[in-house]
Ligand binder design. Sequence first.
Ligand code: NAG
Length: 207
Amino acid sequence: MLRTIFLLFLIFALSNASVQDFCVANLKRAETPAGYPCIRPIHVKAKDFVFSLGIPGNTTNIISAAVTPGFAGQFPGLNGLGLSTARLELAPKGVIPMHTHPGASEVLFVLDGYITAGFVSSANSVYVQTLKPGQVMVFPQGLLHFQINAGKSPAAAFVTFSSASPGLQILDFALFANSLPTELVSATTFLDPALVKKLKGVLGGTG
Ligand SMILES: *[C@@H]1O[C@H](CO)[C@@H](O)[C@H](O)[C@H]1NC(C)=O
């Protein structure tokens, strides 16, 4: 008797179970701290869960490097799933300058070439390693880190993040690519004002 009641209850409960399996991003709406609003499941297509990282990014730029992000804004199927991906290209001498992802830890998987990568902990300890193809390095959330091509040939890597929107703050951009006055940058970094002005000129900052 009890068993029958239990089974009936289970069937009833399961028939009403509506699990939110996914929340494919509605990119026409603004992103919130909780991600994008979802499109209705009836409009979800298989291609929403697929993203191409097969095309190398263009490294003809000041850092000789390129990052192709597959975050929720580019890859709607991973909205709300707490992870995302990217592809990294480093031409010879290429560098991804010191930066942080405020919202995510990062795993870097080297596909081609040699990459020297490292991060600085909040205790100010330094962890640097030169990676070869097949090696993976993890960068804990929020810590300043960098990647540099350590070889003479192009390098490439796949990256995954523990957030659909990891965020990106580049240290040199924060210091030299905005309108923060030179005297304040100089006073708060102990860098010579002439050097601050020079770097603002290179990176497009003012003041
Ligand atoms: C790469 O970027 C450079 C500089 O913006 C541009 O001149 C060049 O055409 C681009 N190459 C490709 C293959 O898109």
